[in-house]
Design a protein around this ligand. Structure first.
Ligand SMILES: NC(=O)c1ccc[n+]([C@@H]2O[C@H](COP(=O)([O-])OP(=O)(O)OC[C@H]3O[C@@H](n4cnc5c(N)ncnc54)[C@H](OP(=O)(O)O)[C@@H]3O)[C@@H](O)[C@H]2O)c1
Length: 253
């Protein structure tokens, strides 16, 4: 029997990229998956269609995290479409932002924090009281909390906040058997890196700085999330998995 049979999972930002791969993988493991997205109805439908074609179960739920009532809207959708509480929450939705100390505006700062930090925080505030013992929270973080990238300062700060939330909640929720872990993705082939991918020298530089010699695929991240969601990972909590293929492990000499 697939490992997540009978479980219900929410994957935020599952219409595209890494979130889509996570939703597909958790559904393949037997979970009923809520495919959350911001605005792209067609992409969300592609995700749910692909899951159903593969024999899985999924529902799409739209809630734009830039709007103040997004978490209410999300939970109205979950209450309408799901039979019970969430066993697994994957906080994946985020916006990248090329904002340095010099270039970021206050509006940019507020927008990125609203989607990347405010939404997952208040989402968990609503979800956790109803989660059964043994639940799973998995936050998708980034290598930019370890590797300084000056033009992604604001984005990196949001991921740092997510990491602190994860470690703290791992401590407070452990007595209920709820594990909370983070997966720090490295450069991964999604729409988020479209501009980078258009520059061959940048891709070559990333490959050279990565021990495994390539850019990551969404499925690389989804496999790690599936493990953390499984019963086999019940003794792992408060952990941050470096999912970069070994990026910047040493000096280029
Ligand atoms: N790709 C990378 O190289 C990389 C590296 C490190 C970490 N990460 C992290 O991995 C996660 C997934 O990234 P990705 O590359 O897969 O991103 P992506 O391809 O750009 O997809 C982003 C997802 O988030 C949703 N989203 C965006 N803005 C939203 C909003 N305002 N409200 C609600 N949902 C919103 C999108 O929904 P719509 O389709 O409706 O817009 C989409 O489903 C993020 O947490 C990101 O920070 C990515």
């Amino acid at each position: 029997m697939p490992s997540l049979t009978g479980k219900t999972a929410l994957v935020t930002g599952a219409s595209r990229g890494i979130g889509r791969a996570i939703a597909q993988r958790l559904a393949a493991e037997g979970a009923l998956v809520a495919v959350h997205y911001g605005t792209n109805d067609a992409a969300a439908k592609e995700t749910t269609d692909s899951i159903e074609r593969a024999g899985g179960r999924a529902v799409a739920i739209r809630a734009d995290f830039e709007t103040p009532d997004a978490v209410d809207v999300l939970f109205q959708g979950l209450a309408t479409h799901l039979p019970g509480p969430l066993d697994i929450v994957v906080n994946n939705a985020a916006i990248g932002h090329s904002g340095s100390l010099e270039s970021a505006t206050e509006a940019d700062f507020d927008r990125v924090f609203a989607v990347n930090v405010r939404a997952p925080f208040f989402l968990l505030q609503r979800a956790v009281p109803h989660m059964p013992d043994g639940g799973r929270v998995i936050n998708i973080s980034s290598s930019v909390t370890r590797i300084a990238v000056s033009h992604e300062l604001v984005y990196g700060m949001t991921k740092g906040a997510l990491d602190i939330m994860g470690r703290t909640l791992a401590y407070t929720l452990g007595r209920r058997g709820i594990t909370v872990n983070s997966v720090a993705a490295g450069v991964t082939d999604t729409d988020m890196i479209a501009m980078l991918k258009a520059i061959p020298e940048a891709v070559a530089g990333i490959n050279a700085a990565t021990a495994l010699g390539r850019i990551g695929e969404p499925a690389d991240i989804a496999g790690i999330v599936a493990f953390l969601a499984s019963d086999d990972a019940r003794w792992v909590t408060g952990h941050l998995v470096d999912a970069t293929g070994g990026m910047s492990l040493g000096l280029p000499i």
